[in-house]
Design a binder for this molecule. Structure first.
Ligand SMILES: [Ca+2]
Ligand SMILES: [Ca+2]
Length: 452
């Protein structure tokens, strides 16, 4: 009796202290929840540099009770998409961590897993509006407490991209930036701007499309729309359903991993405005003059450096390609070839660049049969899997792709390589004989304009 009377309050106090210090976790549901279906419940998880790995659950009612929630700092909302199995997103920790590395902000993870976890996709779509209304009320409260709407950046993934759009529209487009990572296509495609993300939803809207033939949205939705690898299928992702679950989500989810890498700044992906992916691969869209000294836009978090010119252009579609895995960035060269064979030659070209200490970068130009004509410059886009800062040697290989026919020779009068990234002088070589499928390595020399 004595123990009960005195120990109980002590225990209660201990539990309360423990609660106050404990970290709030993203809601973890399972497939049974997703089958039964869950009602919307929005939890806002705050991470800052003071509590980078331990989230605080924000209350809508009293914003001033959270010591780390400093409204004079920028705020970044991260809004996930459809969660068919109810599990927390795998990229969550990495994304909050790198965002905090780059920006001293309030990172607010919008956990609407109760609402997103549903085997019925259409139910989750319905819940996007409820989630958006909840967020709108919260941001209005932030504003009432002194936050500036232009310092708010919403990063929305899949359905989360449209939620960001709804919130932005509710606030009359006054939010600073919305980044849409492969905005959801199903049920949104063909809808008017007020029923999906569009450029009027924020002061600046940047969008990444990685799965336009399935879970993503095909048409442009922002001031700038990036289509890596054409936006349809991503390299390194399984091509058949036999590969299991990742077949369905790999292209879609790649959008988050590409954005993460842009935050890490390991390397950059330059993206080129073009009317189509085919035109881009053909090397017809490497002119970046309209962007001045900055050059063509660099994909990802730092795209705001191009904001003014992009707003003037209103909507810009840009393309780039990536490697199969991280580091995803590639580096581009203009490759010009002139031959002196009497007859037209058709085929593919593989170009390798060698740097100091055995570094090697390769570009295979095989998106279609290339045409080489006597005394005519064939201009190609060479996309190398990595950057070589100082090119010592170059190798070329010509192939026709035919196994049975006789082999051909490509008599190159001149080959010229111009980096689209570095301001180096172009690299040239004159008079190179390529026998089919045989790699020829040479030291490039500086180009003599008079010989062209
Ligand atoms: Ca909209
Ligand atoms: Ca796809």
């Amino acid at each position: 009796m004595f123990l009960q009377r005195y120990l109980a309050p002590v225990l209660l106090l201990t539990v309360q202290i423990y609660k106050a210090r404990s970290c709030h976790e993203f809601t973890d549901l399972d497939l049974s929840d997703a089958i039964i279906g869950t009602d919307v419940k929005v939890n806002l998880l705050l991470y800052t540099r003071e509590n980078a790995t331990c989230a605080t659950l924000l209350s809508h009612a009293n914003l001033s009770t959270h010591p780390h929630f400093n409204l004079s700092r920028p705020s970044i909302f991260v809004i996930h998409g459809y969660r068919p199995t109810g599990s927390p997103p795998v990229w969550l920790r990495d994304l909050t961590e790198v965002l905090l590395n780059r920006s001293d902000s309030n990172i607010i993870v919008v956990d609407w897993n109760h609402g997103a976890a549903n085997v019925n996709y259409f139910k989750s779509v319905e819940n996007t509006h409820k989630t958006a209304d909840n967020l709108t009320a919260f941001i209005k409260a932030m504003k009432d407490n002194g936050a500036s709407l232009s310092s708010i950046h919403m990063i929305g993934i899949s359905l989360g991209a449209h939620i960001s759009g709804f919130v932005g529209a509710n606030l009359n487009g006054a939010i600073g930036r919305i980044t849409g990572l492969d905005p959801a296509g199903p049920t949104f495609t063909g809808k008017p701007p007020d029923a999906r993300l569009d450029p009027t939803d924020a002061q600046f809207v940047d969008v990444l499309h990685t799965d336009i033939d399935s879970l993503g949205f095909r048409k442009p939705l922002g001031h700038i729309d990036f289509y890596p690898n054409g936006g349809t299928d991503q390299p390194g992702c399984p091509k058949t359903i036999l590969s299991g679950g990742s077949y369905l989500k790999c292209d879609h989810q790649r959008s988050v991993f590409l954005f993460l890498e842009s935050l890490n700044q390991r390397c950059v992906s330059r993206a080129f405005p073009c009317s189509s992916y085919e035109e881009f691969l053909d090397g017809n869209c490497i002119n970046c003059d309209r962007f001045g000294a900055a050059g063509c836009p660099i994909f990802g978090y730092d795209i705001t450096a191009w904001k003014d010119v992009l707003l003037e252009l209103y909507q810009t579609k840009v393309y780039f390609t990536t490697n199969e895995q991280s580091p995803f960035c590639r580096t581009n060269y203009k490759v010009e070839v002139m031959i002196w064979n009497k007859k037209v030659r058709w085929g593919y070209l593989t170009v390798k660049l060698y740097g100091d200490g055995g570094e090697e970068a390769v570009a295979t130009i095989d998106h279609k049969q290339l045409e080489f004509k006597k005394y005519t410059v064939t201009s190609l886009l060479g996309q190398f899997d990595k950057e070589i800062s100082s090119v010592k040697k170059v190798s070329l290989k010509f192939s026709t792709g035919n196994v049975l026919k006789p082999t051909y020779k490509l008599r190159i009068l001149r080959v010229r390589l111009t980096s689209l990234e570095q301001k180096h002088r172009p690299l040239c070589r004159y008079d190179v004989l390529l026998e089919e499928n045989k790699e020829v390595t040479f030291k490039p020399i500086s180009c003599e304009e008079s010989n062209f």
